[in-house]
Design a protein around this ligand. Structure first.
Ligand code: CUA
Length: 336
């Protein structure tokens, strides 16, 4: 490796860290939960600064105070044990640890305690490799893009039916595992509108790194509007939609995907009822454009290695089937 490479890499990493609008910045908390976590970060940081200065100060003092000064034959005064110092260096670390541990344990328990009666409850299941979101009582089922209202308590109940995943929106939630056979939950109140990046934070197979999602914090009014639109069945009419749905059906997409209001009721893959309204596709890894959707349908294994999404079109047939794919893409994009 060239000698400059590590420095160039470090500089690059630092610059990437500075990128404004980086919505995975753990040092900017946008909910009550992440702000309380930052408070603990603060305590740990200031104790570290205090201890660093204390230890380095004592070291520098000792070096200057007890240097040899040319009298190499003289043995300095020999001491053994010092009760006061021993008491101080036992009690001080215990105090520091308590000062950090008490709020840490409080936050962990509080963030998984039952919510207030008016809290919004959302169920999320970690799949390989995407997140499903279901709003009980509101009739909304979606995937990879979860909307929550500003200023209202939200409880997300986390589950998995396969391997362990971990749910994490750095600016809004703590990291919490999605474990098969149990329900974990995470409680928070978001305090700034915007779109926040989420990422699976527990290695879960080939495409773990491609298991992302978005959390959109809406004003209460926008959230109501969103719920109303999402709860409605799919509306896409006209000859183009009909041809698109027919292609969707004949290609076999209905086996795995649901589109409420149609005969597509598969449950293996993400619900596509309002897929056209989402910002991204394939679990947050690509913008929701016709070009990307085409790429995803034509070669799922290339976009997301190991994905259960089936390659419906063997390469030698891709050209013949292009009309069908175009029709499916146009149909899915119309499902707002
Ligand atoms: Cu799911 Cu990593």
């Amino acid at each position: 490796m060239h000698r400059m490479t590590p420095y160039a890499l470090l500089t690059l990493l630092l610059l990437v860290g500075c990128h404004s609008g980086n919505t995975m910045d753990t040092l900017v908390g946008q909910s009550d939960l992440t702000q309380s976590i930052l408070e603990v970060y603060g305590r740990i940081t200031w104790w570290s600064v205090f201890l660093f200065i204390l230890v380095q100060g004592l070291l520098i003092y000792a070096v200057l105070r007890f240097k040899v000064n040319g009298r190499t034959d003289e043995i300095p005064e020999q001491v053994h044990g010092h009760q006061t110092m021993e008491i101080v260096w036992t009690i001080l670390p215990v105090f520091i640890l308590i000062h950090i541990a008490v709020p840490t344990v409080q936050i962990i328990f509080d963030s998984q305690s039952p919510g207030k009666p008016d809290a919004l409850v959302i169920n999320s299941v970690g799949e390989q490799w995407w997140f499903s979101f279901d709003y009980p009582g509101l009739g909304v089922t979606t995937a990879n893009e979860v909307h929550v209202p500003l200023g209202r308590e939200v409880v997300i109940r986390l589950q998995s039916d396969n391997v362990i995943h971990s749910f994490w929106v750095p600016q809004i939630t703590a990291k919490r595992d999605m474990v098969p056979g149990r329900v974990n939950q995470i409680k928070f109140t978001a305090d700034k509108t915007g779109t926040y990046l989420g990422q699976c934070a527990e290695y879960c197979g080939d495409s773990h790194a491609l298991m992302r999602f978005r959390m959109v914090v809406d004003t209460p009014e926008d959230f109501e509007k969103w719920v109303k639109a999402q709860a409605a069945p799919a509306v896409s009419e006209g000859p183009t939609a009909e041809a698109g749905f027919a292609a969707f059906q004949s290609a076999g997409c209905v086996t795995c995907h649901s589109i409420r209001g149609t005969s597509a009721m598969g449950v293996l893959g993400p619900d596509l009822t309002h897929v056209g309204s989402r910002q991204t596709i394939a679990a947050g890894i690509m913008d929701n454009t016709a070009e990307n959707l085409t790429k995803w349908i034509l070669d799922p294994a290339d976009v997301k290695p190991g994905s259960k999404m089936t390659d419906l079109y063997p390469e030698d047939q891709e050209a013949q089937k292009m009309e069908q794919v175009k029709s499916i893409v146009a149909y899915l994009q119309s499902l707002k």
